[in-house]
Ligand binder design. Structure first.
Ligand code: PEP
Ligand code: MG
Length: 757
């Protein structure tokens, strides 16, 4: 059964559009189940009716015509109950409805399974049989498995059609919304530029080209390059492999021939398809044919074809990358955005970003917020490889992407983007003013930095210091570990830029979703693995070198603070403090007169919450990393879009933990700051102020908004709100209570401006 299932899914995956996909589903499922009828009904979101979209066995003329409301018929029942229905005699069921157009009176038994994608009922898959019989457990399980597998494929095919402006039945539609997760606030209208992962044939889109000759030349060059690679490889291995074994390379060379794969790709290019698309079509077809074979040896040959395909593709991509043109209003779209991708866009051209993977707490989203680039993360249903060159709206407030926007909507979003610009300009007047409540309570607002651009922005916004300098960012954009001298220069720049204000430099925090290309960490469970201080304590040479560079950079400035990430126990802190002391002695031995900087601990692991008192006793300050603390307290991967709606820093458990940390740190007489994204959310900042945090550190983009809000309220108002919130047990109710308070105070202008669109 598993083999049949795999084959059907593969075939459906290769279908060119939704109609073809549904056609294959009904044909193959009917065959596999040995039934007389198989049909797919899809729920039309506009009419809210289940429409017959494909059938084998019923009258095909009924396709697109027969439909039923959720409260009608057996199909409606399966759809609303979201459960399979297995009936020996369908017409005896009270919900049975007869449709003359389908000729269905001849079928006695009925088995229906709902098609559900991300909790949304998309339709119903049905099989029917003439004879009265109960489908057995195995058949029911097969249909349920089949529909679970097909839900994603149908959603993808449907979405691809809508991007091309095609509705379910091929009619023109506009403005399709794809839901993701808000990554960075703001609205942008621009042209999508898709950054494809290197050498991944599966995601190569179709593209029409006019200059066929140029395309053929490009492909010919790629063929030649792969041929040369094969010959070189074969020669290199001549001493290690027997001649017969090296025959594999001859097979590869033959596959590249005009009479084989090479020729087939050329033919497709001549129809006006770009080389990458032609290559994908030909390779996918060959791979599919091999994979369907029953002979295990032949099935394995699919991997050779894939390998050849990948090699050709990477040469094509390399050639194309050199000629890449970024549109004036680029919306960067990728399966997984990375900080390096942002760096490649020429200055001034990047207006928005979309990532299929990741969520609002992924590091790339944090960077996007720091740079003020509207971003949507976790857009899992967007067939991203198909949107290249298409106009898109990115709504970073709501976490939505809109394809094919009509004139009216586009204009509304352009107005919104302009209003946002004016609002932030309006807040510029706050730059020199202190962050002080109406009853005179001062709370310094610091910035989080990483990129050099952050420094300028932070200064423009009137930051009073750096609460978190993510030192891994400069490490991430290099091709090897930066030397002590290189690091020193980078750190000196930061320290000088803010002097005499304090700059809190965090020791290298890699692992989790932050990888260094030259120091890969491959783990099953990276967020629970080798991360942050765990890596640097295992590599004291990296830690010592970095600390020395920080200390040397601070000579004569004395505004450095060192912060340690991911501490989960006393022993780690002892070891880290010991290494810092050693580095300090070494630097002084070299004759540099640097003072010992204040050292702090991040509270971002639940264990550290309960150890705050002991940790605080050993250091000079405490800083809460609420991004990780939320992820670990709620057991929600901060990077996983599937569970993104469970990730909430206003969860009562997180608020309890934060209050506890403040109380314990203050109990030891140590200041406590917070540098997670929560600090930059004006509404949450109000609660943090009330809890007694001594400073808040956030991205420069949000700093004026937080300052604006905190200057409008009194400490008393904030504390009353906190007291009310701490009695609540539901994150949703906490959110609405906070929003309502702001609204009642007339202070809600910063909250989700796109609600008006
Ligand atoms: C945090 O976890 O809250 C934090 C500030 O660190 P990062 O987001 O870099 O993991
Ligand atoms: Mg962290």
């Amino acid at each position: 059964m598993l083999g049949t299932l795999r084959k059907i899914v593969q075939e459906v995956n290769a279908a060119k559009d939704l109609k073809a996909a549904l056609g294959i589903i009904v044909l193959r499922v009917r065959e596999a189940m040995g039934s007389q009828v198989c049909s797919v009904y899809l729920l039309d979101p506009e009419t809210e009716r289940f429409v017959l979209m494909a059938t084998e066995g019923l009258n095909k003329r009924a396709i697109g015509k027969v439909s039923m409301a959720p409260n009608e018929g057996l199909v409606g029942l399966v759809g609303t109950r979201e459960e399979p229905l297995n009936l020996e005699h369908a017409s005896e069921h009270p919900r049975y409805r007869y449709f003359a157009e389908t000729g269905e009176e001849r079928y006695a038994s009925f088995l229906g399974a709902p098609i559900i994608h991300h909790r949304r009922v998309m339709g119903v898959l049905v099989i029917q049989q003439k004879e009265r019989r109960q489908f057995d457990e195995g058949e029911e399980a097969f249909l349920v498995t089949m529909s679970a597998q097909l839900a994603g494929v149908i959603a993808h095919a449907e979405a691809t059609g809508s991007i091309r402006g095609l509705g379910r039945q091929g009619k023109g539609i506009q403005e399709t919304r794809f839901i993701g997760i808000p990554g960075a606030p703001g609205a942008a209208v621009g042209t999508a530029l898709v950054v494809l992962p290197p050498a991944d044939l599966d995601v190569v889109p179709d593209k029409h080209i006019d200059n066929i000759e140029a395309e053929l030349t490009l492909f010919e060059a790629a063929l030649e390059a792969v041929r040369a690679d094969m010959r070189n490889l074969s020669e290199k291995l001549a001493t290690q492999m027997r001649k017969e074994e090296r025959a594999l390379f001859d097979v590869y060379l033959m596959m590249l021939d005009d009479s084989a794969l090479g020729g087939e790709v050329t033919k497709v290019i001549r129809t006006g398809q770009w080389a990458q698309g032609a290559l994908r079509q030909v390779v996918t077809e060959h791979v599919r044919r091999f994979e369907m074979m029953d002979d295990a040896y032949l099935r394995e040959r699919a991997s050779d074809v894939k390998d050849i395909g990948r090699r050709l593709l990477s040469y094509l991509q390399e050639a194309r990358q050199q000629a890449l043109v970024y549109p004036d209003k680029t919306i960067l779209v990728s399966e997984e955005l990375s900080p390096a991708m942002l760096g490649e866009v020429p200055e001034g051209k990047l207006v928005g970003m979309v990532s299929v993977l990741g969520s609002s707490n992924s590091h790339v989203a944090i960077l996007a917020r720091a740079m003020g680039i509207p971003t949507v993360m976790g857009a899992v249903d967007l067939p991203y490889s198909k949107v290249d060159g298409i106009e898109l709206i990115v709504d970073g407030y709501r976490g939505e992407i809109i394809t094919n926007p009509g004139k009216v909507l586009r204009e509304q979003y352009e107005v919104l983007a302009e209003q946002e610009r004016q609002l932030s300009e309006g807040l510029d007047v706050l730059r020199e003013l202190p962050c002080e409540t109406t009853d005179g309570h001062r709370i310094p607002l610091w910035v989080n930095t990483g990129l050099l651009a952050d420094v300028v922005r932070a200064q423009e916004r009137g930051a009073e210091g750096v609460g978190l300098y993510r030192t891994e960012v400069p490490f991430m954009i290099k091709e090897r570990f930066p030397s002590e001298k290189e690091q020193m220069a980078i750190y000196r720049e930061q320290l000088e830029a803010f002097h005499p204000l304090p700059v809190t430099m965090r020791s290298l925090d890699i692992g989790g979703d932050k990888c260094l290309p030259y120091f890969p960490i491959k783990e099953e469970n990276p967020f629970l693995g080798w991360r942050g201080i765990r890596v640097t304590l295992d590599h004291p040479e990296i830690f010592l070198l970095q600390t020395r560079a920080m200390l040397k950079a601070s000579a004569g400035l004395n505004n450095l603070r060192i912060l340690l990430p991911m501490i989960s126990g006393i022993r780690e802190l002892e070891e880290a403090l010991h290494l810092i002391h050693r580095a300090w002695c070494e630097v002084r031995d070299e004759g540099l007169d640097v003072i010992m900087p204040p050292v702090g601990v991040m509270i971002e692991v639940p264990a550290a919450v309960y150890l705050t008192r002991e940790l605080a006793r050993m250091v000079d300050f405490i800083s809460v990393g609420s991004n990780d603390l939320t992820q670990y307290l709620l057991a929600v991967d901060r990077n996983n879009p599937r569970v993104a709606d469970l990730y909430d820093y206003l969860h009562p458990a997180v608020l309890e933990a934060l209050q506890r940390v403040v109380k314990e740190a203050h109990g030891e007489g140590k200041p406590v700051s917070i540098c997670g994204e929560m600090a930059g959310d004006p509404a949450a900042a109000m609660l943090l102020l009330a809890m007694g945090f001594d400073s808040l550190s956030m991205n420069a983009t949000n700093l004026p908004k937080v300052k604006w809000l905190l200057r409008q309220i009194s400490m008393d108002t904030a504390q009353q709100l906190l007291a009310r919130v701490m009695l609540l047990d539901s994150p949703q109710v906490i959110h609405s209570t906070v929003q309502l308070t702001l609204r009642n105070l007339g202070l809600n202008k910063l909250i989700n401006p796109s609600a008006a669109v």
